[in-house]
Design a protein around this ligand. Structure first.
Ligand code: ADP
Ligand code: ASP
Ligand code: MG
Length: 402
């Protein structure tokens, strides 16, 4: 007998038919003699709709109240799924995040899991119940509800799998696995049989929504092997693991992220300490800086350009405008940019990889504004209007036609 954690995303539980379908998958797993813990997200676009409702009343709603509201989405899903499973004749209980023992810190909207008190889940499993847990939520030390950040149900599932030493963690979604690019946007995207934690972490962080990046980080830390698969088509999905077979491809995937802004500081005095003061000011306000480019000094001045998330662009300009060290410099923010990235462990040993990517962009007349590389990824910043075309062009250049 195995312990299996199964997670179902919003589209997998979007309506009564889909909930019944999930109830069947879960019951089949239970019937085969397994212990089952199920994690579910809010139905369809519920979380977005709740955010819109809040904005109608208060665009700057208190974060605590927002979490109080957003946690309601998952509460609806767990109870409906439990009812559907009971109807099929199987013993089941639904648990909210706090009932399942999720203790988090107090960063409303992107709380981190501190620990999971597993006694309740274990007791329910011992009673042979199917345990249905609300993803995306926990409780802080003040007994207030918290949420884990968008897409956080993936992390809830991996955390349970790690805490209960589950044999398997299956992430069911609306595509058949992890692809070489978003299969809804890129013709010819191929499903991967396997991918490493490190590659998946880069893809998720660089924009591939199929798994939340924190969930991958946690899966790697606790060696939880993940399978990403479809809730609508019962075929094998993609395994995310420590070592993965390479499939005759130089890279594992192409992705894009439009949540990017470029901040340029032009004509800064070319003195020591300027970069330190700029990035110190930003880090003091928890603004995460991604790619940084500094020009050579010429005629006593230089330029510094860096990328941040879209929300943080205007804030960064405001903060830097107050900095005495930048007096006389021009500070501008461009939010019409996107980051396009390729990821793959194989590129380390293939020197032509960057050239091939740049050539594909050049052939489409797409201008590169910034470049950043690491051992297993290359990212470029380009105009956001070019992002989708760029992903398709780069994907076509790297993927073998078979
Ligand atoms: P869920 O509601 O199940 O959590 P998400 O919408 O969060 O599902 O993630 C699934 C979506 O991720 C897919 O519908 C697909 O459009 C998108 N996606 C982006 N990049 C990839 C990729 N490389 N492979 C598979 N899906 C991807
Ligand atoms: N319902 C939450 C969201 O939409 C969590 C999740 O789907 O994983 O972000
Ligand atoms: Mg998701």
């Amino acid at each position: 007998m195995s312990l299996i954690v199964q997670k179902f995303g919003g589209s997998s539980v979007a309506n009564a038919e889909r909930v019944k379908n999930v109830a069947r998958i879960v019951s089949d797993t239970y019937k085969a003699g397994n212990d089952v813990v199920v994690v579910v997200s809010a139905q369809g676009d519920t979380t977005d709709e709740l955010i819109e409702k809040a904005a109608e009343l208060n665009p700057n709603a208190p974060r605590r109240e927002l979490d109080q509201l957003l946690a309601a989405g998952e509460q609806i899903s767990i109870s409906l799924l439990a009812m559907a499973i009971e109807k099929l004749g199987y013993p089941v209980i639904s648990l909210l995040g706090w009932q399942a023992g999720f203790n988090t810190n107090s960063v409303y909207g992107s709380a981190r899991i501190k620990n999971i008190r597993t006694n309740r889940m274990k007791a329910e499993l011992a009673k042979h119940n199917i345990v249905v847990v609300a993803g995306f939520q926990g409780i802080n030390r003040y007994d207030d509800l918290t949420t884990l950040g968008r897409g956080g149900s993936d992390t809830s599932a991996v955390a349970i799998a790690a805490a209960l030493h589950a044999d398997k963690c299956q992430i069911y979604t609306d595509v058949e696995g992890v692809y070489t690019a978003d299969p809804r946007k890129v013709d010819g995207a191929k499903k991967l049989k396997e991918i490493t934690y490190d590659e998946m972490l880069e893809l998720a962080t660089l924009g591939a929504q199929v798994l939340n990046n924190r969930s991958v980080e946690m899966a790697k830390k606790y060696s939880v092997e993940l399978e990403v698969l479809s809730s609508l088509n019962p075929i094998p999905g993609t395994l995310v693991k420590e070592v993965a077979k390479m499939e005759k491809m130089l890279i594992r995937g192409v992705t894009s992220d439009k949540d990017v802004a470029l901040v340029s500081i032009l004509g800064v005095q070319d003195n020591p300490g300027v970069a330190f003061r700029v990035f110190d000011k930003l880090s003091a306000k928890n603004i995460n800086v991604d790619i940084i480019l500094q020009s050579f000094g010429r005629e006593g001045t230089k330029d510094i350009v860096f990328s941040v998330s879209k929300d943080n662009g205007p804030l960064a300009v405001e903060l830097l405008s107050e900095l005495p060290a930048l007096e006389g410099a021009k500070i501008v923010c461009n939010t019409d940019v996107a980051k396009v990235s390729i990821v793959g462990a194989g590129m380390e040993s293939h020197p032509g990889t960057a050239t091939k990517m740049f050539e594909a962009l050049f052939e489409r007349g797409i201008n590169i504004q910034m470049i950043s590389t690491s051992e297993i990824k290359i990212s470029v910043i380009i105009d956001s209007v070019d992002a989708d075309r760029a992903v398709s062009a780069v994907h076509a250049a790297f993927m073998p036609n078979d």
